[in-house]
Design a binder for this molecule. Structure first.
Ligand SMILES: *[C@@H]1O[C@H](CO)[C@@H](O)[C@H](O)[C@H]1NC(C)=O
Ligand SMILES: *[C@@H]1O[C@H](CO)[C@@H](O)[C@H](O)[C@H]1NC(C)=O
Ligand SMILES: *[C@@H]1O[C@H](CO)[C@@H](O)[C@H](O)[C@H]1NC(C)=O
Ligand SMILES: *[C@@H]1O[C@H](CO)[C@@H](O)[C@H](O)[C@H]1NC(C)=O
Ligand SMILES: *[C@@H]1O[C@H](CO)[C@@H](O)[C@H](O)[C@H]1NC(C)=O
Ligand SMILES: *[C@@H]1O[C@H](CO)[C@@H](O)[C@H](O)[C@H]1NC(C)=O
Ligand SMILES: *[C@@H]1O[C@H](CO)[C@@H](O)[C@H](O)[C@H]1NC(C)=O
Ligand SMILES: *[C@@H]1O[C@H](CO)[C@@H](O)[C@H](O)[C@H]1NC(C)=O
Ligand SMILES: *[C@@H]1O[C@H](CO)[C@@H](O)[C@H](O)[C@H]1NC(C)=O
Length: 420
């Protein structure tokens, strides 16, 4: 009886092992912890790892670590060493195709290469504190990700992927050598796409992107978003060297229809501190939930939002503008503040938007008035939203009449300047 059971058990486990050829027992550990060359050597035989693979510091690792047989890790592939820096320069898993949970490598200060050329599926990618990293081929081979695509503090020059359709977070921070971010298959980033503190002048290409929640771009020199229709949370371009910004299909920034939605992090449409910016093109933009802010872009002279109807928050514009064009504007929930240093700029026509009730809050021109701080508590957001939904501006009251007689509103203060 006992022998039959033993036989069965042995038989099952050998079938199991044979089918996966995962001979060392540690391959089935819920956590396979590598903390010495000995354990590493055994783990290198695994073709599959059932649990998490965790690599910790050891003094006797070689300079290159390879997992030649490894095809999948069902848990996470982790190395987040907080006590002692690992001196390995190359990490390779040439046959690894899938990691069930996180692929998280951090603080390998001398790591230059991660070689995982056939890796296609991961739940979350997190690379950080890898200042020597110049090559990570799996970033390009990934075809599916359920959560983060996060690359922070590396020396990568380019991050390119033409297969990944979706991610929740795309966070690209502190990459001192980065010149290009190109995610050509990405159609949707449901939490954010954010670039911060990278090398100044990153070229960003997102040719398939249709929808993103928070969109935050810092230190970019170019932006390609021909298909973007909606930035649900906000759209921020800051501290950049872009010469033009074009969002031909962008219809709305900010979501503000559901009173239960907190607007805590939603900032609206903000374009600022970009001294090379000469032109803006947002021909389809109809609505900005929260604020529309354009400030400190010294070369920008013409502002035109030809389809913009609604701004639920404030409009804040500051610069040396020659023309402003808001032909369809119907409702501005907050204040309208325009600071214009251009001598001779006339505020009279803009004042008309205040006089006829299109602007609900205060009107300030040509002195810039700081926008009121927003109380972002859940309760007050709800009040603000409900208040907005109840408010009917004069133009929306006569919406149908108005659309047939839309008045193009433009101020051109100096034809002479334009000629010069
Ligand atoms: C594998 O799991 C066993 C049992 O939990 C544990 O004693 C052993 O240290 C683990 N080995 C490794 C390499 O993590
Ligand atoms: C790993 O992949 C290489 C080709 O890339 C192949 O020659 C080799 O047999 C594979 N090894 C295993 C254990 O699958
Ligand atoms: C990383 O490389 C530098 C330069 O070769 C060396 O001085 C340093 O000790 C290395 N760091 C580690 C953790 O091995
Ligand atoms: C990048 O990582 C290195 C190594 O951990 C660290 O010393 C450095 O401060 C990090 N840089 C940033 C900007 O976080
Ligand atoms: C983007 O992804 C979210 C979350 O999965 C989904 O709700 C939304 O419909 C997607 N949007 C588009 C345009 O595919
Ligand atoms: C713009 O960038 C500056 C520094 O580069 C930063 O201090 C500021 O918080 C950023 N503002 C926004 C709205 O992102
Ligand atoms: C205005 O933008 C320039 C970059 O074009 C920047 O250097 C400067 O600090 C910004 N000014 C303010 C007050 O933020
Ligand atoms: C923000 O709004 C909440 C709820 O309406 C209120 O209790 C709180 O006092 C407000 N805070 C400020 C700073 O106005
Ligand atoms: C309000 O005034 C502005 C500026 O004069 C004008 O363009 C707009 O058509 C007016 N709207 C209504 C509803 O009268």
């Amino acid at each position: 009886m006992l022998s039959t059971i033993l036989f069965l058990a042995v038989g099952l486990s050998s079938v199991n092992a044979a089918s996966r050829s995962s001979f060392p027992a540690i391959c089935t550990n819920s956590t396979l912890l590598i903390d010495s060359l000995d354990v590493l050597t055994t783990a290198q035989e695994c073709t599959e790892i059932d649990g998490d693979l965790v690599i910790q510091y050891a003094s006797d690792y070689p300079t290159a670590i390879e997992f030649p047989n490894l095809r999948s890790v069902f848990g996470s592939f982790l190395s987040i060493n907080f006590n002692q820096d690992i001196s390995v320069t190359r990490l390779s898993a040439p046959n690894l195709t899938a990691v069930g949970s996180d692929l998280y490598i951090s603080r390998w200060v001398n790591l230059t290469t991660i070689n995982m050329p056939v890796l296609t599926a991961v739940n979350r990618v997190r690379l950080n504190h890898l200042p020597a990293l110049t090559s990570a081929n799996f970033l390009s081979t990934l075809e599916s990700i359920e959560n983060n695509y996060e690359v922070t503090n590396t020396s990568l020059k380019e991050i390119k992927n033409d297969r990944l359709p979706y991610a929740v977070f795309v966070e690209i921070f502190d990459n001192k050598e980065l010149e290009k971010l190109e995610l050509t298959a990405l159609t949707n980033a449901s939490y954010n796409i954010a670039l911060r503190r990278n090398k100044p002048g990153v070229e960003v290409s997102l040719p398939a992107l249709k929808e993103v929640f928070y969109f935050e771009l810092q230190r970019i020199s170019g932006l390609e978003i021909p298909e973007l229709e909606s930035a649900i949370g906000h759209f921020i371009v800051n501290d950049s060297t872009v010469e033009s910004l074009e969002a031909p299909k962008l219809q709305s920034v900010g979501l503000w229809y559901d009173p239960s939605i907190s607007i805590t992090n939603n900032r609206g449409l903000i374009i600022q501190n970009s001294g090379s910016l000469k032109s803006l093109s947002f021909p389809a933009l109809e609505a900005v939930q929260l604020d529309l802010v354009i400030r400190n872009n010294s070369e920008l002279q013409d502002i035109s939002f030809p389809a913009l109807k609604r701004v639920t928050g404030n409009i804040g514009l500051e610069g040396t503008f020659e023309s402003l064009n808001f032909p369809e504007l119907e409702k501005v929930g907050g204040i309208f503040s325009l600071g214009n240093d251009e001598a001779g700029f006339s505020c009279t026509e803009l004042q008309g938007f205040k006089t006829n009730g299109t602007i609900r809050g205060a009107f300030s021109c040509p002195e810039y008035q700081e926008l009121p701080a927003r109380n972002s508590s859940q309760g007050s957001s709800k009040n603000e939203v409900e208040d907005w939904l109840k408010w009917t501006s004069p133009s929306t009251g006569f919406g149908s009449l108005r659309s047939t007689s839309a008045v193009v509103f433009a101020i051109c203060i100096s034809g002479v300047l334009l000629v010069l």
